[in-house]
Design a protein around this ligand. Structure first.
Ligand code: GRF
Length: 216
């Protein structure tokens, strides 16, 4: 069983982003309370000029951008990403709308302590278009899943899930917006819990202490 022991207070976290950054913003807002127990020490992205990077800069957090196209191979990008994240010495890494798969080098260094959020109830609808695929399938309930990243696409051990209703008149955007609203709350709650209390992984199960510490 892999275990992440109790972590420093506040727990240093690197967040990786690609887009609008509303999940990042929710985390940043939560860190304003020292009792939350998390410090975002760096924000990284795979592309320039995104609102997510603007949010990090407004919060005074160090940012970096590593574009896959600037590297000779995907593996070289993965190694550079690993080194850049490692330079910030995080205890946990959070992929918050990061639209790239991390590779073997990254997982060798940060496996078991990298969290990703997916806008569907895993194992349904993995991949880049989960709200579209859920709508097309006609499901009545979908949601979001926080999981520990492994080598697959949205396949890792599940930390938490939240259910969201699908409405008859939903568009992909209206459904994704409703999912994201619940997703942000789940992300904030569980990143805080894992940072304060640690976690272990037993097969496919993510285990957190039965009696979590109150927010510090
Ligand atoms: C989230 O729904 C995330 O799960 C998905 O992309 C969205 C990112 O939203 N991969 P934001 O950039 O945090 O606003």
């Amino acid at each position: 069983m892999g275990a992440v022991p109790p972590l420093p207070d506040p727990t240093p976290v690197v967040v990786l982003v690609s887009g609008s950054g509303t999940n990042l913003q929710a985390l940043l807002d939560a860190t304003a309370d020292p009792a939350y127990g998390v410090q975002v020490v760096a924000v990284g992205a795979d592309r320039d000029g995104t609102p997510a990077l603007d949010r990090a800069e407004r919060a005074g957090i160090a940012t970096f951008v590593l574009r896959v196209g600037d590297f000779p191979t995907r593996a070289a990008w993965d190694e550079a990403l690993t080194e850049r994240v490692a330079a910030a010495s995080p205890a946990l890494v959070v992929l918050a709308g990061f639209m790239k798969l991390t590779g073997p080098a990254f997982l060798a260094r940060f496996g078991g302590r990298t969290l990703n959020s997916h806008p569907a109830l895993s194992p349904s609808f993995p991949g880049m278009h989960a709200p579209r695929d859920a709508l097309a399938h006609g499901v009545k309930i979908t949601g979001a899943t926080l999981f520990v990243v492994d080598a697959g696409v949205d396949t890792g051990p599940i930390v938490a899930q939240v259910a969201v209703p699908v409405r008859d008149d939903d568009s992909v955007d209206s459904l994704h917006d409703r999912i994201k609203s619940s997703e942000r709350g789940m992300l904030v709650e569980w990143v805080g819990r894992l940072a304060r209390d640690g976690h272990s992984i037993d097969g496919r199960r993510v285990v957190t202490p039965a009696q979590p510490k109150e927010a510090r």
